[in-house]
Design a protein around this ligand. Sequence first.
Ligand code: SF4
Length: 331
Amino acid sequence: MRIDYRAEIKRLKEKLDVTVVAHYYQRDEVFEMADVTGDSLELARRCKADKNPWVVFAGVGFMGQSVKVIAPQKRVLMPKIACCAMARMIDGSSFEESVAYLVKHGIAKEHILPITYINSDASVKAKVGKMGGMVCTSSNAYKIIEKGLESGKKILFVPDRCLGQNFAHSMGLKSCVIGVGECDPKEADVICFNGFCSVHQLFTVEDVAFYRNKYPGIKIAVHPECDTSVVKIADFVGSTSQLITYVNALDPEQKVAVGTEYNLVHRMREKNTYVLSSTKPECPTMNETTLEDLYVTLKSIEDGNPINEIVVDPHTIKYANLALERMLAIK
Ligand code: SF4
């Protein structure tokens, strides 16, 4: 017998004390079933405030972990334990190696302030928290780096080199990337780990030129995970939520090409909105989650045998939470 996933998901949501959460980059059919939608930080915050003990999170692994770190009492399940490619580029030992690189180049460990993008594993956030560092998102990276610099320390920014370099550039700071060309930590304010988002790397300077030639007057709006060469020539740079606000505020006749994940751009507004790429920029891991996965996960709660539960050990929770709370304390 064929299961009507939509009907079954609705029934299970009514029966169970569960909140279904979906990130903006999820497929439309999954996104439409969610009680709460948003970007990674917004989602973790709203889950914490939510009364339901169960969270089913359609997103990638670090997002489910962030809920568990902020609200350890919650039972967090993921329809697919999909991993963000960028988050996967760094682990605890490569973080330690990056710290060692700075130390080798004459920066004492106590003079290093690590900042990790929220797109990182809880173990990396915990290392950062233990060293007195903070988490940042693409919405608040400017403020967090600014606050970090007040300490007079060197900023070690992980894992996204683009985010680190783009914000350093916009603040008039010097930056370098470990392992790329000459990276002398003594000469830089922000020293970046060499991680990146494979999806946002798809947008190029040539794509910008193509749209500007084809539609004179078009606006180019991009996410700060895009390459520095693209960010420098864009009309607007902003996080997922900021991009949505920017595009919605444009005159309906104003054309705009947006450099971020396909599912989000496709949902933004019907008219005069283009994806800034000749290649469909879909996040493969975000796209793994299907309606069937969502149904099976909810059903596992009903059956008393929950699957794909996010488990983070108490030590990691303690220090990762420190890094997250330091960020949340900065208004
Ligand atoms: Fe990670 Fe990039 Fe996918 Fe976002 S779009 S989840 S940064 S791989």
